[in-house]
Design a protein around this ligand. Structure first.
Ligand code: ACO
Length: 320
């Protein structure tokens, strides 16, 4: 039986930071950011944490699905900004929810993380290993940004989105996933360097680095390509799709994908104007906004796609 999303939820931190607010700290302008990216505002975590936001989003997804945390069998959380190396953010969410029967672990696929987590959970359910799953994308990107690098710090925001899955008569129809590790350094953030009693280096903390133009080229090539592959696998065309739920990195990337697929831009809802790029949280927050405020209804056809660091990419076609 197909695997279906039965409920969604999202959570954004309280503090809103507009482009104009950023002008006070960074050598930038609202005009530069808006015209190149479509981003006007983003939420920045001040007291919120990755696992805390994830748990709030997960509670809303469970509530929409009408399910209890104690019955959840799998939690897969996509993030590149966990609060701890260990325990995983998924285990923290398990504890917060009281989902004591669940298997819980994180996946790291950057902006593609939610799509990757969705496919992992789908296969766990399809094999019969578990009956249901909570999947979450949650990020506190603001803590790995170099706030002196205007080329990156203006692009990102913090937040979390979640979905609850189980078998149903309709649901996921096709999936495409891929990784291009040899191009990984175009978007990177180094972890702690090797540091022990045998090394002489001091402890250094690094930040996110991005070759924006290379990432742009990758996104506008790979995103439509994997969407078309997923549509072909589903025996559909772009005309059959009601909504394209894309990773919210940049309005110009989304417009380019729409053009390539010859699909009207109205089928590409966007949150990026008020969220910025939230990496793994972008797709589930977009989806939750479409479910709650955007008119997505059962029976609609949805194509999701994400692309990001790794490099990684993926697309999913489903009947809502
Ligand atoms: N404010 C003002 N000026 C800036 C800023 C800023 N925030 N950032 C860069 N500039 C300046 C640069 O210094 C440069 O000035 P110069 O010409 O005097 O040297 C000029 O603007 C142009 O810089 P570019 O980097 O060439 O700008 P570009 O037009 O390529 O736009 C951008 C940059 C928006 C990042 C673009 O490359 C892009 O959209 N890339 C896609 C990457 C992306 O969306 N990444 C998100 C994360 S990755 C992911 O989610 C997959």
């Amino acid at each position: 039986m197909p695997i279906r999303i039965m409920g969604t939820g999202s959570f954004l931190p309280e503090k809103n930071v507009s482009n104009t607010d950023l002008e006070k700290y960074v050598d930038t302008s609202d005009e530069w950011i808006s015209s190149r990216t479509g981003i006007k505002n983003r939420r920045i975590a001040v007291h919120e944490t990755t696992a805390g936001m994830a748990a709030e989003a997960a509670k809303k997804a469970l509530e929409m699905a009408g399910k209890e945390a104690i019955d959840v069998e799998l939690i897969v959380l996509a993030t590149v900004t966990p609060d701890y190396y260990t325990p995983s953010a998924a285990c923290q969410v398990q504890a917060e929810l009281g989902a004591d029967k669940a298997i819980a672990f994180d996946v790291n696929a950057a902006c593609s993380g939610f799509v990757f987590a969705l496919n992992v959970a789908k296969m766990y359910i399809e094999t019969g290993f578990v009956k249901n799953a909570l999947i979450i994308g949650a990020e506190t990107l603001s803590k790995i940004l170099d706030w002196n690098d205007r080329g990156t710090c203006v692009l990102f925001g913090d937040g979390a989105g979640a979905a609850y899955l189980e078998e149903s008569d309709k649901g996921i129809i096709s999936v495409v996933q891929g990784s291009i590790g040899k191009k990984g350094m175009v978007l990177n953030c180094e972890s702690r360097r090797t540091h022990n009693i045998f090394t002489e280096d001091g402890i250094e903390h690094d930040y996110l680095h991005m070759d924006g133009q290379e990432v742009y080229k990758f996104a506008v090539r790979q995103c439509p390509k994997c969407l078309l592959e997923a549509l072909e696998k589903a025996d559909m065309t772009a005309d059959d799709i009601d909504y394209f739920v894309l990773h919210q990195a940049n309005v110009r990337i989304i417009e380019s994908v729409a053009k390539r697929l010859k699909a009207p831009i109205e089928k590409f809802p966007m949150t990026l104007g008020y969220t910025g790029n939230m990496s793994a949280a972008s797709v589930p927050v977009m989806l939750d906004s479409l479910v709650r405020d955007g008119g997505l209804k059962r029976g609609d056809k949805v194509a999701m796609s994400a692309f990001g660091a790794g490099l990684t990419y993926g697309a999913i076609v489903l009947e809502w």
